[in-house]
Design a protein around this ligand. Structure first.
Ligand code: UD1
Length: 434
C-alpha cells in the first residue's frame, strides 16, 4: 500500500531537531569499504532507503553488511564473489555507480550498469570514465554497462572539465590503489568529498587537499588498507530543510549535530532575507523569524556556492517573500520540477530555461501535490507546513531516500503532519534518483 502525507499548515514551528548522518556521504563510504577485506564500522548512519539499496549492491558483490537498529553499520568485503553491479540496482540510485572505482582499484575489474537518464538532467558519467582511463584502465561501454579492466593503475595528473562530485569520488577511490601519485585538479570541494578522504585516510590511504580544488592521492600498496571505525558527517541538506521550514513558518527551530560552516551559503541568504540565525553551540544552529521574509536571488553552484539540492526547498520561501526573486539553476538542466506543484498552491512563478522568476504572494494554499524527486519532495513538505489549509503529498518513496523519521521530526517541532495510506489507486512512476 502506498502512502501520502497530510499536512495542515500555517503553524509556526518551534523546538529542536537532531540531524542524522549525511546520505550523500554514507553511500560513498559504503562503496569505499570495498577497498579492504577487513571489517569496517560506520557510525551516525541514517536509516534510509538509499542505504538499503547500497546494502543490496554490496551484498550482491559478496560483502557482509549488517545495519543495526541504532546508528551503526558493519561492512566486510572479504569474500567478493562478483565484480558486477546490475542495472536493476544501479538504476534505483546513481550513487551506487561509486562501486566502479573501488572494484577497479582493488580487483582490477568492474562491470557496473550505466545509471541511465535521470529526471533532473543528463547527468552523464563521461568524467568518471575519462578519469579512470587516465589512470590506465581500459574502459568500454557495452550493452548499457561500463566495463573497466586494469592490470595496473598508475597515478597521473587529471583535470576535470567540471567539478563533478561523483567523478571526484570514483577517481579518488581508484587512485588510492594506483602506483604513484595522482593530482586531481578542478576537483569537487563538497564536504562529502572531505568525509570520504578522511575515511580513506583512516583506512590507511594517503590523500591530501580534500576540501580544496586540488586533491593529491598517493597510491598505497595492494592489500595495505585496513578496517576502521568512522562516524559519518552530519547531513547538511537535512539540516537546511528544517531551518527553511522554520523560516517559512516564522518559527524558532534549533538543529543539533550539524557543522554550521557547511550551511554558510544558506544561512547568509536567510539572514539577508530577515531571519535571525545564531550558533548556540559549535554543533548547532538556531533560526528565528518573526516577520515576512524579503525577496532574494540565488544562483546554484558547486560548493561552497549555493547547493542545487537546496534550490527547490528554498524556492518555497521565495514564493511567500516580499518582492520579486530570481533563481538560476546552473548544475542541472531540468531541476524545476517543483514549480508546477508550487503554482498549484498559489505561487506566482515563471520559468524561462534555467531561470525562474518568483513574485512573492501573501501565502500559499494547501493542495494535492507530488514529490517528483527527493529535494522537490522536501520543497512540498516545506510548502505544506507554511501553507494555509491542507496539503497532501504523494510519491513519498522519493522522500524516504533522504529523510530519516521526517514525520516524527516535523511533529516534534509542532508540525501537524501525518503519514497515512493512500487509497486513491494512483500509479506511481518511479524515476531514477540523486
Ligand atoms: C551529487 C549528489 C547530488 C548533488 C550533486 C551536485 C550524491 C549521491 N548526489 O550528485 O545530490 O545534487 O552531487 O552537488 O552525492 N556531469 C557530467 N559528466 C560526469 C559527471 C557529471 O557532465 O561524468 C555533470 C552532471 O550532468 C551534472 C553536474 O556535472 O550536470 C554535477 O554532477 P555531479 O557533481 O557529478 O553530481 P552527482 O555526483 O551525480
Amino acid at each position: 500500500m502506498t502512502e501520502k502525507l497530510i499536512i495542515h499548515g500555517g503553524k509556526a514551528l518551534r523546538g529542536e531537531v537532531e540531524i542524522a548522518g549525511a546520505k550523500n556521504s554514507v553511500l560513498k563510504l559504503m562503496a569505499a569499504a570495498l577497498l579492504t577485506g577487513d571489517s569496517i564500522e560506520l557510525r551516525n548512519v541514517p536509516h534510509l532507503s538509499d542505504v538499503a539499496v547500497m546494502t543490496q549492491v554490496l551484498k550482491h558483490l559478496g560483502c557482509d553488511v549488517d545495519q543495526q537498529d541504532d546508528d551503526r553499520l558493519y561492512i566486510q568485503a572479504r569474500n567478493i564473489t562478483s565484480y558486477e553491479a546490475p542495472y536493476d540496482l544501479v538504476r534505483k540510485m546513481r550513487a551506487s555507480f561509486d562501486v566502479l572505482g573501488s572494484l577497479l582499484g582493488r580487483f582490477g575489474e568492474a562491470r557496473v550498469a550505466l545509471p541511465g537518464g535521470c529526471s533532473i538532467g543528463k547527468r552523464s558519467v563521461d568524467l568518471h570514465v575519462k578519469g579512470l582511463m587516465a589512470l590506465g584502465a581500459e574502459v568500454e561501454i557495452n550493452h548499457g554497462y561500463v566495463e573497466a579492466k586494469a592490470t595496473r593503475l598508475v597515478g597521473t595528473e587529471i583535470l576535470l572539465d567540471t567539478p563533478s562530485v561523483g567523478a571526484t569520488e570514483n577517481i579518488m577511490l581508484a587512485a588510492t590503489m594506483a602506483e604513484g601519485s595522482t593530482i586531481l585538479s578542478n576537483a569537487a570541494q563538497e564536504p562529502e568529498i572531505m568525509d570520504l578522504a578522511n575515511f580513506l585516510n583512516a583506512m590507511g590511504a594517503d590523500i591530501s587537499g580534500a576540501g580544496t580544488n586540488e586533491l593529491i592521492i598517493n597510491g598505497v600498496k595492494p592489500g595495505s588498507l585496513h578496517g576502521t571505525t568512522y562516524s559519518v558527517m552530519p547531513d547538511r541538506i537535512e539540516a537546511a530543510t528544517y531551518l527553511m521550514a522554520a523560516a517559512g513558518t516564522r518559527g524558532d527551530v534549533t538543529v543539533n549535530n550539524v557543522l554550521p560552516v557547511h550551511l554558510s551559503s544558506l544561512t547568509h541568504k536567510l539572514m539577508e532575507m530577515g531571519a535571525d540565525i545564531e550558533m548556540p553551540t559549535p554543533n548547532s544552529l538556531r533560526l528565528r523569524c518573526d516577520k515576512r521574509l524579503q525577496a532574494q536571488n540565488i544562483v546554484t553552484q558547486p560548493y561552497p556556492g549555493f547547493p542545487t539540492d537546496l534550490q527547490a526547498p528554498f524556492m518555497t520561501l521565495l514564493c511567500i517573500a516580499d518582492g520579486v526573486s530570481i533563481v538560476k539553476e546552473t548544475i542541472y538542466e531540468n531541476r524545476f520540477k517543483q514549480v508546477g506543484e508550487l503554482k498549484r498552491m498559489g505561487a506566482d512563478i515563471s520559468v524561462e530555461r534555467d531561470v525562474a522568476v518568483i513574485t512573492g504572494v501573501e501565502h500559499l494554499s494547501g493542495a494535492e501535490v507530488n514529490a517528483h524527486d527527493l529535494r522537490a519532495g522536501a520543497a512540498m513538505v516545506i510548502a505544506g507546513v507554511q501553507a494555509i489549509g491542507m496539503t497532501e503529498v504523494y510519491d513519498l518513496q522519493h522522500l524516504d531516500r533522504g529523510y530519516e523519521h521526517l514525520v516524527e521530526k516535523m511533529q516534534s517541532i509542532g508540525a501537524d503532519i501525518q503519514r497515512v495510506p493512500d487509497t486513491s489507486g494512483r500509479v506511481i512512476l518511479t524515476e531514477d534518483a540523486m
